[in-house]
Design a protein around this ligand. Structure first.
Ligand SMILES: *[C@@H]1O[C@H](CO)[C@@H](O)[C@H](O)[C@H]1NC(C)=O
Ligand SMILES: *[C@@H]1O[C@H](CO)[C@@H](O)[C@H](O)[C@H]1NC(C)=O
Ligand SMILES: *[C@@H]1O[C@H](CO)[C@@H](O)[C@H](O)[C@H]1NC(C)=O
Ligand SMILES: *[C@@H]1O[C@H](CO)[C@@H](O)[C@H](O)[C@H]1NC(C)=O
Ligand SMILES: *[C@@H]1O[C@H](CO)[C@@H](O)[C@H](O)[C@H]1NC(C)=O
Ligand SMILES: *[C@@H]1O[C@H](CO)[C@@H](O)[C@H](O)[C@H]1NC(C)=O
Ligand SMILES: *[C@@H]1O[C@H](CO)[C@@H](O)[C@H](O)[C@H]1NC(C)=O
Ligand SMILES: *[C@@H]1O[C@H](CO)[C@@H](O)[C@H](O)[C@H]1NC(C)=O
Ligand SMILES: *[C@@H]1O[C@H](CO)[C@@H](O)[C@H](O)[C@H]1NC(C)=O
Length: 892
């Protein structure tokens, strides 16, 4: 009954049925019990013995009648073994269990004794890299051979080309194979018979030294027309690195052609029009160029086109027009995502009445969504995101009753969306609609209108919805993802809306509106991951929500009251917590120490008081703390340095007192410290030399005294040093030239990333490469070593007691922008070198003991930067220089 296998070709299906009916039925009974042929039984036994079989699947291969063995079938008339199906069908989710059921080991050549074997399926087993044995090519009765997903590897034997009856050959090794399979020549393919209807050598069959276009295959195939009956060809994930070979288009029975990620280049040749039966064309993820070929419009059966992730460019007008000529076109799926297509979307789009998925995202389309879109009555998914659509959205769009997913984000839409745009969208579940902030897209729906859809995802950004929180949003109680960012909503949101979505919402993002009112308390959000209510006018207490959310953004609101003492129980999974710019009061709860996954804690600019928690442990993962601009008192907590992960510590503008704890020498990963504007006392600590990665040290406006220690010079990564407004005395250390980050202009990019992630501002950016020692009692002369800091941008030494002259080689500071030496005891003349620093834009030399004339080339005219130097003269000052003296200085 060989006919059975002809069923693989649909055209034979009919005859198959009839023959069964006419011939087979009268036969019933007489030949119903095939008895195994003993030489074949022996062959099967030998075959079994060379296999490994951990789960004992073949344990019942023992009785005398091998035709009754599981997986074995014999011909009813001749009793010859015709079928062996040992596919592993155990679909357990546990890989170990799956492996248990796998056969493995060796395939014994005894199989070749089964002269009538036409079906061999060893798929989904584990042969652990075994090469496909050459003798399989001698089993010339085979019509079906499936060795897929079974960890075969190595060279595909060319002998397979001898299998002249083969109808189906599946050598697919899966997308994540642990072994490679390759065929160094495809010549043998041409030996395969005309009857072959299925060929899958998918995924990772490497065709070494075998560029398809150079193969003899190309000519032999087209001349012998060998694979004419092939219906499915999958050669995905190969590296052809060549244009599409023309011989492919001689396979005129092809229904499915899959060549994704195959390294194809150039354009699709017009020869493809010969594939009149083609239903599925997948050439995604290649390097195909040119216009999307209009010739595809002439393929009457085409249902599925995936040309995504190529480098197609230009317009799609001709392509779509070709489809519109064929009013009966069957296209269901069109994916052109991630190309370089541009121009407008043509009206001919509307002729794709069967289309269910249209993905044009990540191209450069512009213009409007055409009004014909309303005629695509089967459309379920429309994706035009990430384009340059700068027109309007046609009203007819509201006719798409089947539409489920709508992705229009990242464009430059404008215009007004009315009720008619949405009125029939009863299937809509997902809407993503964002435009550019400089455009105007208004969603103007009647404020009490109840829409026919219940959304699962809404993401609307930079489109005007407000000022009210409209009914069409209020009724959305199935939402699992909400983003309404910059939509002009200035209303209260009913508490019932929050409680309605609490059980399923994963993201709640209402950033940058003017939403007012309070939040409901004591809700349970089992799925929430991100809470972003920042930049609104919310007021009232902190939302005591029970949630495993990792992100909490409440900044820039009017929240007040204290934080819940059990915040670790309410929100145990928090990783980032930004509460800055609110009016929170009370103590910072020490239960925060128990939120061990917390990375960033930003409490800046509130009214927190009491001392900062001192319960930090080695298991905490805090990376950045910004608790500046509060009223935090007491000492700097020693336990902060228990955390090996702490990079950024900003406690400035508080009322902290006492010393910086010696424990700080354990803070081996601190990169940014700002403790300015407190009441800290003591000497500048010896711990400094230990905190090597430090790139910002700001201790300004405290009561530190003593000298600047040489230890400071070991902090070689420093980009910002501010010790101003303390009681420091003694000279500037000569070793200062070893601050190599400033001396060598090392990149501060990483610096910026870390600190701006914690603060969500770029406020420290403008302080980069600055040294501020002003407002102390520093004495001695300026050390010339300081001029080795070539990349210094800002140097402020004002209001100290520094004496001596301003050295002429100050011009080595070639990046200096601001120099303030005012209110010191500098004497001598202003060096000409100063005028050579072209980047200098702010200068103050007032109140010193400078003398002589202001150098002519110094382009600073404001007299206030020179005053208080009695012996100084110049055109900027009331005291003009005598002509002679000016000349004398110039000659020097
Ligand atoms: C799959 O394999 C597991 C482990 O060997 C076995 O317990 C289970 O019964 C098998 N399932 C099927 C459907 O054969
Ligand atoms: C080969 O076997 C695999 C699974 O074991 C199956 O998914 C695939 O459809 C089979 N190939 C053919 C052509 O029947
Ligand atoms: C089978 O194929 C191999 C390799 O292509 C060839 O050398 C051999 O002659 C073929 N054998 C038969 C019996 O056709
Ligand atoms: C579209 O792309 C083509 C080819 O890249 C380019 O020549 C043409 O100027 C583009 N047209 C528009 C409107 O951007
Ligand atoms: C939509 O289809 C109707 C009926 O075929 C046709 O009359 C109309 O012109 C089409 N609309 C657009 C905008 O293509
Ligand atoms: C939209 O963009 C296209 C292509 O950049 C441009 O030619 C056209 O003038 C723009 N239209 C509007 C209304 O901005
Ligand atoms: C709006 O701003 C974007 C950049 O953010 C720019 O590409 C676009 O051309 C602007 N559009 C208009 C209409 O100004
Ligand atoms: C958070 O996760 C824990 C552990 O998976 C779970 O027991 C708890 O119920 C979750 N809490 C919420 C609010 O979903
Ligand atoms: C600054 O230091 C000098 C030298 O140590 C001392 O004479 C002077 O009084 C100090 N000035 C102030 C304001 O502390």
């Amino acid at each position: 009954m060989d006919l059975k296998f002809r069923a693989f070709t649909p055209s034979f299906f009919f005859s198959f049925l009839i023959i069964i009916f006419l011939i087979k039925k009268p036969d019933l009974g007489s030949a119903s019990n095939p008895k195994c042929i003993s030489t074949e039984r022996q062959a099967l036994q030998t075959f079994k013995q060379s296999l490994t079989d951990p789960s004992g699947r073949l344990s019942s291969w023992s009785g005398p009648d091998c035709c009754k063995w599981p997986g074995v079938r014999c011909d009813r008339r001749t009793s010859h073994v015709i079928k062996i199906d040992l596919r592993n069908r155990n679909q357990t989710v546990y890989p170990d269990e799956f492996k248990q059921n796998c056969l493995g080991g060796k395939i014994h050549p005894s199989l070749t004794h089964l002269k009538f074997l036409s079906y061999l399926d060893l798929s989904s087993n584990d042969f652990n890299g075994l090469e496909i044995p050459e003798f399989i090519g001698h089993m010339v009765s085979l019509r079906y051979l499936n060795l897929s997903f079974s960890s075969f590897s190595g060279e595909v034997p060319a002998s397979l080309g001898n299998l002249s009856k083969l109808e189906s050959l599946d050598l697919n090794i899966g997308s994540w194979p642990s072994f490679d399979m390759r065929a160094s020549s495809l010549r043998w393919l041409s030996g395969l018979p005309r009857s072959l209807t299925y060929l899958n050598m998918g995924y990772e069959l490497h065709l070494i030294n075998c560029e398809l276009n150079k193969l003899p295959l190309s000519s032999s195939l087209s001349s012998s027309a060998n694979l004419k009956l092939l219906e499915v060809l999958e050669l995905s994930e190969n590296s052809f690195n060549s244009p599409i070979p023309n011989w492919l288009f001689d396979l005129t029975s092809l229904r499915k052609l899959s060549l994704q990620r195959a390294g194809l280049e150039g354009s699709i040749p017009s020869g493809i029009k010969k594939l009149k039966l083609l239903e599925t064309l997948d050439m995604s993820n290649n390097g195909l160029t040119g216009e999307i070929p209009a010739v595809l419009g002439g393929l009457p059966q085409l249902k599925y086109i995936d040309l995504s992730i190529n480098v197609y460019q230009g317009h799609i007008h001709r392509f779509l027009d070709a489809f519109s000529k064929n009013k009966e076109n069957k296209l269901v799926y069109l994916n052109l995502r991630f190309n370089k297509l541009n121009g407008t979307l043509p009206e001919s789009l509307g002729t794709l009445r069967n289309l269910q998925t249209l993905d044009l995202s990540t191209n450069s389309f512009s213009g409007s969504l055409p009004s014909s879109v309303g005629n695509m009555s089967s459309l379920k998914k429309l994706d035009i995101s990430f384009n340059a659509m700068n027109g309007t959205i046609a009203e007819s769009f509201g006719k798409l009753e089947e539409l489920v997913e709508l992705y229009l984000m990242e464009n430059q839409w404008n215009g007004v969306l009315l009720k008619s745009h949405f009125v029939n969208l009863r299937s809509l579940k997902i809407i993503h609609l964002t435009t550019d902030p400089n455009r105007s897209l208004v969603i103007n729906l009647p404020s009490t209108w109840v829409p026919p859809f219940r959304l699962k995802q809404i993401n609307i950004e930079n489109c005007k919805i407000g000022p009210t929180f409209p009914m069409w949003l209020q009724v959305q109680n199935k939402l699992n993802s909400v983003t309404l960012r910059n939509t002009g909503i200035a209303d209260k949101i009913p508490h019932s809306w929050f409680s309605g979505i609490a059980s399923h919402v994963t993201e709640l993002i209402l950033e940058n509106n003017r939403i007012k009112g309070t939040l409901p308390q004591n809700l349970f959000f089992p799925k929430l991951n991100t809470i972003d209510l920042s930049s609104n006018n919310f007021e009232g207490p902190f939302p005591c929500w029970t949630t495993n959310a990792t992100q909490l953004y409440l900044y820039q609101n009017n929240f007040s009251g204290s934080l819940p003492l059990n915040i670790d129980a309410l929100m145990p999974s928090l990783e980032r917590m930004y509460l800055f710019h609110n009016s929170f009061t009370g103590e910072i709860p020490s239960s925060l120490c128990e939120v061990t996954g917390l990375h960033i804690l930003n409490l800046r600019n509130n009214r927190f008081s009491g001392s900062f928690p001192n319960c930090w442990q080695i298991s905490s993962q805090l990376n950045g703390i910004d608790a500046s601009e509060n009223s935090i008192s007491g000492k700097i907590p020693e336990s902060l340095c228990e955390m090996p992960s702490l990079n950024v510590l900003l406690l400035n503008q508080n009322v902290l007192e006492g010393n910086i704890p010696d424990k700080f020498q354990n803070c081996s990963s601190l990169t940014h410290i700002d403790l300015g504007g407190n009441k800290l006392t003591g000497k500048l600590p010896s711990w400094l030399s230990k905190v090597l990665p430090l790139s910002m040290l700001r201790l300004q406006n405290n009561f530190f005294d003593g000298q600047i220690p040489d230890d400071l010079c070991n902090v070689q990564m420093l980009h910002i040093l501010d010790l101003s407004e303390n009681k420091l005395s003694g000279p500037i250390p000569k070793c200062i030239s070893s601050l190599i980050a400033i001396a060598q202009g090392q990149s501060s990019e990483g610096f910026q990333k870390i600190v701006s992630r914690v603060t969500r501002t770029s406020k420290y950016q403008e302080m980069l490469d600055s040294i501020n020692l002003s407002g102390n009692n520093i004495t001695g002369e300026i050390p010339v070593e300081i001029f080795d800091l070539s990349y210094l941008r800002i140097l402020n030494l004002s209001r100290n007691s520094i004496a001596g002259s301003i050295p002429g080689n100050i011009s080595k500071l070639g990046h200096l922008e601001t120099l303030d030496l005012s209110s010191n005891r500098f004497s001598g003349v202003i060096p000409h070198g100063l005028a050579e620093i072209s980047s200098l834009h702010t200068l103050n030399l007032s109140y010193n003991k400078l003398e002589g004339s202001i150098p002519k080339r110094l382009k600073f005219e404001d007299p206030s930067i020179y005053i208080g130097n009695e012996l100084l003269c110049g055109k900027q000052l009331p005291k003009k220089c005598p002509r002679k003296q000016q000349n004398a200085v110039l000659i020097n």
